[in-house]
Design a protein around this ligand. Structure first.
Ligand code: SF4
Length: 393
């Protein structure tokens, strides 16, 4: 892992110490936390970028584009997450950052370590640098929001699934080996000491892993050499005839690939056709089995509510069959992602034409419970929800 200059230390607050009622600060090896009692907590990377805040019961996450997402609990709501989510206005975001900076300053005055805390204008500048380094990052799996994204490819080569608009604004492009090396250096320069907080690499965008294995091995070598051997993760959700076999996945595993997130969406071919996914459940299963045989972890993503009421029973039954046939075990994940239809996506129009009604939030919840009651996950596999509307990078 990279090292950075040690920050000056003041009063030391250990993790198990009771939190002081007033402002305090604690430096960790890869991030810093500033707080006021336990009511207010602000997490920074070691470049002073605010990452997360918790203020009087409300949680905030900040993206590198300087957008802020507020999350607060909504007890009794019928949906799955029972959380209100909304993006803050610039004025609201500025207030959160100002409060974080003031708390950091007061903690320093109280003798705690000096935590670097960028003010809102500096964060706006940082967001402009971010935009110069990256194409917009459409989506990441929920456990990879703090990864270092390396855009080996841009966009999705298929780009036709009816519910997905993540990459409609761009053509699929692949960086040459030289361009990839330059990109990685730009990424490192952008993050600076903030790299320490990011323990994995995500090979973006969607479907970078459709590239030939030899090309991927070279890319993985470049990534790992530059980023201190961090493990690499990626998506694969458009299946083509160029399927990799177990030995090729094993080769990629040796080169540092740890887990592939597979956008299976459903075990039902009827649902997959309706979504205009390129392939069948059998294709998904063959890919997953090859990955697992090659020693690669799998994150299998199912789309809750896909195909609405018309497909609900088939979707549940066939998805359970797919998951159980996949034999998920150690290092694998099952991710249940409630369908979110962007305005510009064809899905809503096609569903209306076909007379397909969406599931209500309560029905989506029931669908999740039905799938979970039917699947058998092996030892070491875990499942979680995947709320795409909570994504920020
Ligand atoms: S393959 Fe994945 S990224 Fe591409 S259009 Fe379909 S869902 Fe979107």
């Amino acid at each position: 892992m990279p090292t950075s200059e040690p920050l000056p230390r003041g009063k030391v607050l250990l993790r198990d110490d009771p939190l002081p009622r007033g402002p305090w600060a604690r430096l960790e090896s890869d991030h810093a936390i500033v707080g006021e009692g336990s009511r207010r907590l602000f997490t920074f990377d070691l470049e002073g970028r605010l990452l997360e805040a918790f203020v009087d019961g409300v949680g905030y996450r900040r993206g590198l584009d300087n957008r802020f997402l507020e999350r607060r609990r909504l007890p009794g709501a019928p949906g799955l997450s029972r959380r209100l989510r909304r993006h803050l206005s610039a004025a609201e975001a500025r207030d959160v950052v100002d409060l974080a900076c003031r708390t950091a300053a007061r903690a320093r005055e109280g003798g705690y370590p000096a935590v670097p805390a960028l003010d809102f204008d500096a964060l706006e500048d940082d967001a402009r640098r971010f935009a110069a380094v990256y194409r917009p990052i459409g989506i990441l799996p929920p456990d990879q929001y703090l990864s270092i994204v390396v855009q080996l490819t841009s966009g999705c080569w298929y780009n036709r699934c009816t519910f997905c608009t993540f990459y409609r604004d761009r053509r699929f492009e692949v960086r040459s080996p030289e361009a990839l090396r330059r990109h990685i250096q730009e990424v490192k320069a952008f993050f600076g000491a903030g790299l320490l907080r990011r323990h994995t690499v995500f090979l973006g965008d969607a479907n970078a892993l459709v590239l030939p294995a030899a090309r991927l091995v070279d890319a993985l070598a470049a990534v790992r050499e530059a980023l201190d051997g961090r493990e690499v993760f990626g998506f694969l959700d458009a299946f083509s005839g160029r399927r990799k076999q177990a030995p090729q996945w094993a080769e990629l595993g040796e080169a540092g690939l740890r887990r592939v997130y597979v956008g299976a969406e459903s075990g039902s071919d009827g649902v997959l056709r309706f979504l205009d996914k390129p392939g069948t459940a059998a294709d998904v299963l063959a890919n997953v089995r090859a990955m697992k045989e090659g020693g690669i972890g799998v994150g299998l993503i199912l789309l809750l509510g896909a195909g609405g009421r018309a497909f609900a029973q088939e979707h549940v039954r066939q998805s359970i069959a797919l998951v159980n046939a996949a034999g998920l075990g150690r290092g694998d994940q099952l991710l249940l992602s409630p369908l979110v239809i962007p305005q510009q996506a064809p899905y809503a129009r096609l569903a209306a034409q076909a007379g397909i009604e969406p599931l209500s939030p309560a029905e989506v919840r029931q669908q999740a419970e039905a799938i979970l009651s039917g699947v058998r996950l092996g030892r070491g596999a875990r499942w979680s929800y995947y709320f795409v509307e909570e994504f920020l990078y």
